[in-house]
Design a protein around this ligand. Structure first.
Ligand code: NAD
Ligand code: WQD
Length: 337
């Protein structure tokens, strides 16, 4: 298949481009480098031996996006990663998030229609479940979103669902749990700009000496050790699920025009378990302290992924230790640069 990947130089997008190439698909990637760098393209090429067909396009620019899509022949499906993802920033600047994440998705749908493309995989998030009783499956009710970022994911899911009713569009919405880790080559990985919000980059940056101390946000939750529980999924496992998702669309395995899949490991780990796993595989001590709870954190969430296993034929192959090992190798690679 020929796949257009938006946000193709980002964290999950770059790993997915690699897996699409590995599976023999042709890829065209676009990005505006708002949260990634052009050298990712060279690094993908080093991994796969294949040059990435790429164009710098901002999905907020409807005309440029449409012109680009019309210039491309034979695209079978789109995988849509391009979005802003910082929860806190979305609270400070909600319009920026609605414009890019929702407006950009609407532009993309118009451009796809103009180019006659009717299959899309969309990056959604477990954030749509809010505080739910885990393990959560895809039928779990979606409460009111807790941030403008979370709301953009809910709205985009609704936009896509509604549009399937008015067109021949076929959609797979993929609800990621907590993506972590990096490619085994250490050539691509997560590049948090500024102080990381997420746990794993904060752990690795503390261990390498970029941050003085990691604050564990609360140890008085009703969990095994008092810290919050999440479902940490290796980014390469996640990337491989996208290959399955577009093949599911192409082979018309869907029963409805709009399908949703959870992508997680099915296992929850506490913040302290993540730190312990990191210390075990790296041999480094993490300087951490217990601090107050972080506003908006859910106590615990992890996925029921039976649907992805049964319908897509996908399941994770890597464990938490491998997530930590590859995240650490990536951090050390960045430090050498
Ligand atoms: P990322 O920031 O690394 O990648 C997103 C890419 O999109 C970046 O390269 C950025 O430059 C690009 N982009 C942003 N706005 C654009 C625009 N207007 N035009 C063109 N390109 C644009 O983020 P990621 O972690 O790879 O996330 C990918 C997707 O997965 C996002 O939609 C995100 O909301 C979703 N998601 C991420 C997580 C996570 O924890 N990483 C969890 C759930 C869902
Ligand atoms: C994980 C755990 C923190 C940092 C976020 C988004 C969500 C999704 C994934 C996109 C929590 C604790 C963290 C730190 C800590 N993204 N923590 N000290 O909050 O589960 O999800 O990323 O869709 O929408 O909200 O991930 O990595 O921030 O936190 O103790 O310095 O680590 O409290 O329990 P989160 P995270």
């Amino acid at each position: 298949m020929k796949i257009l990947v938006t946000g193709g130089t980002g964290y999950i997008g770059s790993h997915t481009v690699v897996e699409l190439h590995n599976a023999g698909h042709e890829v065209v990637a676009i990005d505006n480098f708002d949260n990634s760098y052009p050298d990712v393209l060279d690094n993908i090429e080093k991994i796969t031996g294949k040059k990435v067909v790429f164009q710098k396009v901002d999905i907020r620019d409807k005309k440029a996006l449409t012109d680009f899509m019309l210039s491309q022949k034979g695209i079978d499906a789109v995988i849509h990663f391009a979005a802003f993802k910082a929860v806190g920033e979305s609270v400070q600047n909600p319009l920026k998030y609605y414009e890019n994440n929702v407006g950009g998705t609407v532009n993309l749908l118009y451009a796809m229609e103009a180019a006659g493309i009717s299959q899309i995989a969309f990056s959604s998030s477990c954030t749509v479940y809010g505080e739910a009783n885990p393990p959560v499956d895809e039928s779990t009710a979606k409460p009111e979103a807790q941030s403008p970022y979370g709301n953009t994911k809910q709205i985009c899911e609704e936009v896509l669902f509604d549009y399937t009713k008015a067109s021949n569009l076929k959609v797979v919405s993929l609800r990621y749990f907590n993506p972590v880790g990096a490619h085994d080559s250490s050539l691509i990985g997560e590049l948090p700009i500024g102080v990381p919000n997420n746990l794993v980059p904060f752990i690795t940056q503390t261990a390498i000496g970029k941050r003085e101390v990691l604050t564990v946000f609360g140890n008085d939750y009703p969990t095994i050790d008092g810290t919050c529980i999440r479902d940490y999924i290796h980014v390469v496992d996640l990337a491989k699920a996208h290959v399955k998702a577009i093949e599911f669309l192409e082979q018309k395995k869907y029963s409805e025009a709009y399908s949703v899949f959870n992508l997680g490991t099915g296992q929850g780990n506490s913040v302290l378990e993540v730190i312990q796993s990191f210390e075990k595989v790296s041999g480094e001590k993490v300087n951490y302290k217990i601090g107050p709870r972080r506003g908006g954190d859910v106590i615990q969430i992890y996925a029921n992924c039976d649907k992805a296993t049964n319908v897509l034929g996908w399941k994770t192959e890597r464990d938490l230790d491998n997530c930590m090992q590859t995240a650490w190798a990536w951090e050390k690679h960045l430090a050498q640069k």
